[in-house]
Design a protein around this ligand. Sequence first.
Ligand code: FES
Ligand code: FES
Length: 154
Amino acid sequence: MATFTLTVNGKKQAVDVDPNTPVLWVLRDHLNLVGTKFGCGMAQCGACTIHVDGVATRSCMLPVSSVGDQKVTTIEGLSEKGDHPVQKAWLEHDVPQCGYCQAGQIMNAAALLSETPNPTDEQIETAMNGNICRCGTYVRIKAAIKTASKNLNA
Ligand code: FES
Ligand code: FES
């Protein structure tokens, strides 16, 4: 066990955990931030995607000891009122079905648009390719990303 101080959604939080503990479990079990989901636990599905210094990162394979001073953002911290352009576009397109994968999808899409505000279809497909949705909401995800991009660039 060791104490780690993480900056999560703008707040410093100290946790006492094994250094190998994946950030996913620190968020869910220690900080009660349960919006980030466990899917595969092997960095294969994207359900656990968060931002680390703005970069989309799979938290299920990220040891807490590797985070240091980097800023962690979860779906709870993406915007104050759930009104990030990606979240608004998600609502507009009624994207989720069961919803399980959607926090990861939104975090990945938000990271894509912050790096590439006006992505081509191909760039969207490449960036979102590893985020699995068992409900098959891919068409609506792509449409929502295009809407968010349009609104961001308006
Ligand atoms: S739970 Fe992390 S990628 Fe699947
Ligand atoms: S909405 Fe059900 S897994 Fe994606």
